[in-house]
Design a protein around this ligand. Structure first.
Ligand code: PEP
Ligand code: MN
Length: 345
């Protein structure tokens, strides 16, 4: 349920309702909006005395939440959530931001390969206008004999690249045991498509204070995707960025099918920002520029793109990686499309 407070209420009134909800066995989530504060009460309703809440001072009304997801739902919070990335939680001047008027672009190699390689790409994508640097240090691989990433060494290279460029660093965390280590180095934690249903990992990520880039499971529905976000937010971490990375279909001309219609659907259902990964989303470098522009035209809050100086020799995902030159051209075109839809990049 949502407890809608009177615009004139004070902090004490809000605290009073929070205590009431807790006593009734509900978990509270306070959302301070521009007009008024609302308090979502989440959990088992059996011991809830609605009358007592309605009668509390400065409570205007109680509204049931109809969607299965609660704190991720637009019913609870109408204004868009704006997620700002570090460096280091200090919202630096070029920190990537998602959910507002500005569209941010995260770019970089699929995997961190070596320090120099990463720093060169970081400089190139920054010069083209990216505000975030991606790169996997822990790589989930279908084939256990493939390159699985440099681990902590890769995280150190990412931190060095941030130090040199000021870009926010985004990297994947694959297991609960890795959460603290990855959070020590990264400005945002990526939860990959294969782990969207790993509820214990979602909860562990929700206990950190780092923004989470949550990728949609390749066969998850929108509802399941938003429920996964709910797991993170429920642990106290509101900074969730949804990422569409393509789904499995019978199509063979693409690695994954990229359903851009999810953008308006998410905007209708949730206050969370949504970004698009056209690299995993298509599997082909030649498709990345057009799908990036289409994503912006369709209302995406950002992009995450694989960029490599020498895609032919990339250790992972070379076929879908674009060169820094193609990326620079794409960013120029992206600025024009963003302008056409009243956004900046
Ligand atoms: C990636 O970003 O390189 C990646 C492995 O992503 P996904 O989880 O979407 O496959
Ligand atoms: Mn990849």
């Amino acid at each position: 349920m949502i407890v809608v407070m009177n615009p004139k209420c004070s902090n004490e009134h809000v605290q009073h309702v929070v205590e009431l909800l807790k006593q009734m066995g509900l978990k509270e989530h306070v959302i301070v909006g521009t007009d008024r504060t609302v308090i979502a009460g989440i959990g088992d309703k059996r011991n809830v005395d609605k009358g007592a809440i309605e009668n509390a001072p400065f409570v205007d009304r109680i509204v049931p939440i109809l969607a299965p997801y609660k704190v991720a739902s637009k019913e609870v919070k109408q204004e868009p959530t704006i997620v700002t990335l570090g460096p280091d939680g200090d919202h630096g001047p070029i920190g990537a931001q998602f959910g507002g008027e500005k569209i941010s672009v995260i770019a970089g190699p699929c995997s961190v390969e070596d320090e120099k390689h990463l720093i060169d790409i970081a400089h190139a994508v920054k010069a083209a206008g990216a505000t975030g640097l991606r790169g996997g240090a822990f790589k989930p691989r279908t084939n256990p004999y493939s390159f699985k990433g440099l681990g902590e060494t890769g995280l150190k290279h990412l931190a060095k690249a941030r130090e040199e460029t000021g870009l926010s660093v985004i990297t994947e965390v694959m297991s609960i045991e890795q959460v603290d280590l990855v959070a020590e180095y990264a400005d945002a934690l990526q939860i990959g498509t294969r782990n969207m249903h790993n509820f214990n990992l979602l909860m562990a990520a929700g206990k950190t204070n780092k923004p989470i880039v949550l990728k949609r499971g390749w066969s998850a529905t929108l509802q399941e995707f938003l429920l996964a976000a709910e797991y993170i937010i429920n642990e106290g971490n509101d900074n969730v960025i949804l990422c569409e990375r393509g789904i499995r279909t019978p199509e063979e001309y693409v690695r994954n099918t990229l359903p851009l219609a999810i953008i308006p659907a998410v905007k209708r259902e949730s206050h969370l920002p949504i970004i698009i990964d056209p690299s995993q989303g298509t599997g082909h470098a030649y498709m990345v520029p057009s799908m990036s522009l289409a994503s912006i035209a369709g209302g995406a809050d950002g992009l995450i793109i694989e960029v490599h100086q020498d895609p032919e020799h990339a250790l992972t995902d070379g076929a879908q990686s674009i060169t820094p030159e193609v990326f620079a051209t794409l960013m120029k075109d992206a600025a024009r499309v963003a302008d056409a839809v009243n956004r900046t990049i």
